[in-house]
Design a protein around this ligand. Structure first.
Ligand SMILES: Nc1ncnc2c1ncn2[C@@H]1O[C@H](COP(=O)(O)OP(=O)(O)OP(=O)(O)O)[C@@H](O)[C@H]1O
Ligand SMILES: [Mg+2]
Length: 507
């Protein structure tokens, strides 16, 4: 009966009793009043019952929403732990604890498949599972193995009486109830997340299973993310170690080369000096064969000295110990000097040399004159070496403007930023064998020689161009080549008139 009907009955009875008493039917009136009071009592009791039920369901709803809030908070904590890049062990531990807390259980655990799927390892555990961390559980003889093999969640109220459970001393000691959910990564089961022993003895529910599933997803996300992060960090550490080792080896190599070169130069200078002295015949006349032998000693000695000097220069540059001695100098003078130094090479092949440097424009640059002459010497000697008898060699230089890098890799600047600068442009052209387009890229690398019989026949070690490139770049300049195979080559370099960009001069 609705509460409204009861109220109406009470009112009717009340007014009836009043009417009956007023009309002299006192007994009947009192009976009606008693009935009205009884119905009123009935109403009050029903109201109280109703309020009690409402309070109960409100409390239940509040408890559920509190639980839900706790679950959300815990999951949010785990997500931020994930994003925070915690290591895998910490993350696993946090998820195992969260599983126990959220499912109101005594312990939680994360198990991962190992040993090609034959075992699961307890990688993290809390409560009764703490002692089992690190333990290996055979997949074919455990409840967790059943979960993994069949890829299905399991909720068990009494583990001991479950036929799928094979007691395992480290896992089953005091375990009663369990909730276990498989974890999947890229569609494959990789392990399980579990909770054991519900504290209040209630059975685990489908909601608990869903919660474990969410936790398991977090572990897998973390696994994927942390493993790739760990992999990245491992690689970084390995690279850093290798880099350090490489630097140490380079340093050692440079020091070794510098010392060796120094040690070799001293006796070599004696060989060159004494053979030169003997050739002057100041100590007596020489027979033709004696002269030839002495000339061979001198020539080879000088070649060896050139090589040692190149190696020494390169190792100094690599070790960052090559300093330029910058002064205002005239490129015209450097060209004249280098042309004179290479006269004998051209004379032997009756080659012609044309120098086209004009007269009016200044070819002054701020540079290390010795190094510029070294570059020119190498380009001119290459031109002679790789040009046949009676070939033609032309050296040109002009002052112009060109877009130049404002910094270079060597100088620690940005080579892609260009600025227009006053420059001196120098070229050495020959009518020699030329270079195939596919060989051009490696010409400027150390010890690189184009593999042709003529190149191999010519003397050299393949260091000249590599050194020239380093020297030109240390000046903030550029070097390059244009060639037509079989017709000839033009090697060129550009030097900024004001010298290297600031970074170097400030050093
Ligand atoms: N003018 C040129 N014409 C054709 N090939 C050239 C010319 N200049 C250089 N090369 C090629 O580039 C290679 C590298 O030259 P680089 O000057 O570095 O070494 P090298 O002359 O062989 O030895 P080094 O200069 O150390 O005595 C040469 O071996 C040759 O194959
Ligand atoms: Mg050379």
């Amino acid at each position: 009966m609705k509460p409204g009907t009861l109220v109406s009955i009470t009112l009717v009875l009340f007014w009836l009793s009043v009417g009956l008493v007023a009309s002299g039917h006192r007994d009947l009136g009192l009976a009606a009043a008693a009935a009205s009071s009884f119905v009123t009592l009935l109403i009050l009791r029903r109201e109280r019952e109703f309020a009690r039920r409402q309070k109960e369901s409100l409390e239940l709803a509040l408890a559920a929403s509190g639980r839900r809030n706790r679950e959300l908070d815990r999951l949010r904590d785990l997500s931020s732990a994930l994003l925070g890049g915690n290591d895998l062990a910490t993350l696993n531990r946090q998820v195992a604890q969260a599983a126990a807390e959220l499912l109101d259980a005594e312990g939680g655990a994360i198990m991962l498949m190992v040993e090609e799927g034959r075992f699961v390892r307890v990688v993290a555990g809390s409560g009764p599972l703490l002692a089992a961390v690190g333990a290996l559980v055979p997949v074919d003889r455990s409840l967790v193995g059943h979960v993994i093999i069949n890829d299905e969640a399991v909720l068990v109220d009494d583990m001991e009486s479950d036929a799928r459970n094979h007691p395992h001393e480290q896992l089953t000691g005091r375990l009663r109830s369990a909730a276990m959910v498989p974890m999947r990564s890229a569609g494959l089961v990789v392990g399980a997340v579990c909770a054991y022993n519900r504290k209040d003895g209630r059975p685990f529910t489908d909601h608990d299973r869903q919660l474990l599933q969410t936790l398991g997803d977090q572990v897998v996300l973390g696994l994927d993310r942390t493993s790739s992060l760990e992999e990245l960090r491992r690689n970084e550490r390995m690279l850093a170690a290798k880099n350090k080792e490489l630097q140490r080896v380079t340093q050692l190599k440079s020091e070794f080369l510098a010392n060796m070169s120094h040690e070799l130069r001293t006796p070599l200078n004696a060989v060159i000096g004494f053979s030169d002295l003997l050739l002057t015949e100041g100590l007596g006349p020489l027979e033709t064969q004696q002269r030839e032998f002495l000339e061979a000693i001198l020539r080879n000695g000088q070649h060896l000295l050139g090589l040692i000097n190149s190696v020494l220069d390169l190792s100094k540059i690599e070790a960052g110990r090559m300093a330029l001695s910058l002064t205002p100098c005239d490129v015209r003078e450097a060209i004249t000097g280098a042309v004179t130094d290479t006269t004998s090479l051209r004379a032997a092949k009756r080659q012609q040399c044309i120098v086209d440097v004009g007269e009016s424009n200044s070819l002054d640059v701020v540079a290390d004159a010795t190094r510029i002459r070294q570059v020119l010497f190498n380009l001119l000697s290459n031109a002679s070496k790789f040009t046949g008898d009676e070939g033609r060699i032309t050296v040109s230089a002009v002052r112009t403007i060109a877009p130049m890098p404002t910094g270079s890799v060597l100088l620690g600047g940005d080579p892609s930023r260009l600025a227009t600068r006053d420059v001196v442009w120098v070229s050495v052209s020959d009518s020699g064998i030329g270079i195939k387009p596919e060989d051009v890229a490696r010409l400027f690398q150390e010890f690189s020689q184009v593999d042709s019989s003529s190149s191999r026949a010519a003397q050299g070690t393949g260091l000249g161009l590599a050194l020239s490139k380093r020297f030109v770049e240390m000046h903030g300049g550029q070097i390059g080549v244009e060639s037509i195979y079989g017709k000839g080559s033009t090697f060129w370099f550009i030097l900024p008139v004001d010298g290297p960009p600031k970074e170097r001069s400030e050093r």
